[in-house]
Write a protein that binds this ligand. Structure first.
Ligand SMILES: Nc1ncnc2c1ncn2[C@@H]1O[C@H](COP(=O)(O)OP(=O)(O)O)[C@@H](O)[C@H]1O
Ligand SMILES: [Mg+2]
Length: 259
């Protein structure tokens, strides 16, 4: 479904990604781990068209997408969430999801504001779709919350809303950048379940960046570990979590800091 071949991304002298090879099969959940600065978010930025890779290939269903702009990559079927959540904070919860849907439909918010009949029908359909997507998160994002401004949401709910917005674009592949960051243990368990349900119920292929090892263990078919832009391990959770290079990448940083 998604294939990276010798993908490199260089900023000046810094190689944020170095000849990275990665294949994500349809229906798979793959986690990306690694210390801060390892290149994880850069990987998402290259795949989603925010950066054009210095070299290498990004293939979606066998077709090259490297160098396409983010809107085109999204239309082709890749949606993402951001490490620093990006919402329209002054818009209501439901409007946030509707706005994401409109980006993928024929008419737009302007024809809807003019009250054109076709647009009104479409607005109803877009609203119903947004409600359905929010209902995916159960009682967390339903009912009275729909009309509240996004700024009134808890941190965990902002992350859920961002996933709903990503789903509104009908992706085949979903990229989640630290979905459990800032969540308490109960919310973390919930998001673990949500990620599993996204695959089962929405037919998604998922690539996740996550620091919480309980989440990584709970969701991953496969784990890859990055350090300084290089893939240092790949395999099932146990083999990667206990891999000497991975242990050193995490602990080595600490021992270097003590010097
Ligand atoms: N636009 C950019 N310009 C220069 N350096 C960048 C840019 N984006 C990321 N980097 C650098 O690339 C490295 C990897 O960053 P990042 O991908 O955000 O790491 P991670 O998400 O694994 O913590 C860091 O050293 C970071 O400073
Ligand atoms: Mg990051």
């Amino acid at each position: 479904m998604l294939e990276l071949k010798k993908l490199s991304m260089q900023f000046g002298a810094l190689k944020s990604l170095s000849e990275l090879d990665l294949t994500v099969n349809k229906g798979e959940i793959v986690s990306v781990i690694g210390p801060n600065g390892a290149g994880k978010t850069t990987l998402f930025n290259v795949v989603t068209g925010i950066y054009t890779p210095t070299s290498g290939e990004v293939l979606l269903d066998g077709k090259s997408i490297a160098g396409k702009d983010p809107a085109d990559v999204n239309r082709l079927g890749i949606a993402r969430t951001f490490q620093n959540v990006r919402l329209f904070l002054n818009m209501s919860v439901i409007e946030n999801v509707m706005a994401a849907t409109y980006a993928n439909t024929k008419s737009n918010i302007f024809s809807s504001a003019l009250g054109l009949p076709g647009a009104r029908r479409e607005e109803k359909a877009v609203r119903e779709r947004a409600e359905e997507l929010l209902n995916f998160f159960g009682s967390r994002l339903t009912g009275y919350r729909w009309e509240q401004p996004a700024y009134s949401l808890s941190y965990a709910n902002r992350r859920r809303l961002e996933i709903a917005r990503a789903l509104a674009t009908n992706p085949k592949v979903l990229l989640l950048d630290e979905p459990a960051a800032g969540m308490n243990p109960k919310e973390t368990q919930e998001i673990t379940d949500v990620i599993g349900r996204l695959r089962a119920e929405k037919d998604l292929t998922i690539l996740v960046i996550e620091h919480d090892m309980h989440v990584v263990e709970g969701i991953s078919d496969r784990v890859i570990a990055l350090d300084h832009g290089v893939k240092i391990a790949e395999g099932n959770f146990d083999s990667v979590a206990t891999h000497p290079d991975v242990v050193e990448a995490y602990l080595g940083k600490g021992s270097a800091d003590r010097k």
